[in-house]
Design a protein around this ligand. Structure first.
Ligand code: GRF
Length: 210
């Protein structure tokens, strides 16, 4: 059985979706000791550790302490699920090919923060989420799976965010399963999934009138 450690910073709904999918985690670590997600993990009997970044002088110090904590669980893979700290290059290199993240936009559109409000400002008709391998360049690693949702005329940040989050909870457990089953290969910066199922159809937004 492959071992995973999940890193969070807040409410932990993606972490919960992964656990709900029957994927066991060796530990959950949060960069904030008051994360609601830590309580969820504890209630499921999973070691849950608050490693508050505010207690460390520099990013390097925090990264080192984090890496030490992670290594104490000897994980095969590290899963970022709403982990709000930018990890240093050394950390990312150390876990290359074993570290994945979920981002609330259709990358490479809208890397960084405030993705839903930026999508609304740009007037995109289709928005979504992406699971990708983590590389040194923020939100730019090889893409594993994406889900798209329509953007409606009356959407605000919250309604759009909710629609995207629902899809995050579907695609992240799937990506983690593929990862731990060894079904993902990175080939020239692109992810190859062995025997991928074909996508069902298209998403046109707004819908074409017939
Ligand atoms: C999610 O939208 C995720 O894509 C982003 O941060 C949010 C975390 O939410 N990276 P949760 O803690 O998983 O509920």
């Amino acid at each position: 059985m492959k071992r995973i450690v999940i890193l969070i910073s807040g409410r932990g709904s993606n972490m919960a979706a992964i656990l709900d999918a029957g994927i066991p985690a060796s530990a959950v670590i949060s960069s904030r000791s008051d994360s609601a997600g830590l309580d969820i993990a504890r209630s499921r009997g999973i070691p849950a550790i608050g490693l508050d970044h505010r207690n460390y002088q520099s990013r390097d110090d925090f990264d080192r302490a984090l890496a030490e904590k992670i290594e104490s669980f000897s994980p095969d893979f590290v899963i970022l699920a709403g982990f709000m700290r930018i990890l240093g290059d050394e950390f990312v290199k150390r876990y290359a090919g074993r570290l994945i993240n979920i981002h609330p936009s259709l990358l490479p559109s809208f890397p960084g923060t405030k993705t839903h409000s930026r999508a609304l400002e740009e007037g995109v008709r289709i928005h979504g989420c992406t699971v990708h391998f983590v590389t040194e360049k923020l939100d730019h690693g090889a893409i594993i799976i994406q889900a798209a949702v329509p953007v409606f005329e009356d959407d605000d940040e919250e309604s759009l965010g909710r629609r995207v989050l629902e899809q995050e909870h579907r695609i992240y457990p799937q990506a983690v399963k593929w990862l731990i089953e060894g079904r993902l290969k990175i080939d020239k910066g692109r992810v190859r999934l062995d025997s991928p199922a074909k996508t069902k159809g298209e998403l046109i937004s707004p819908e074409i009138e017939s």
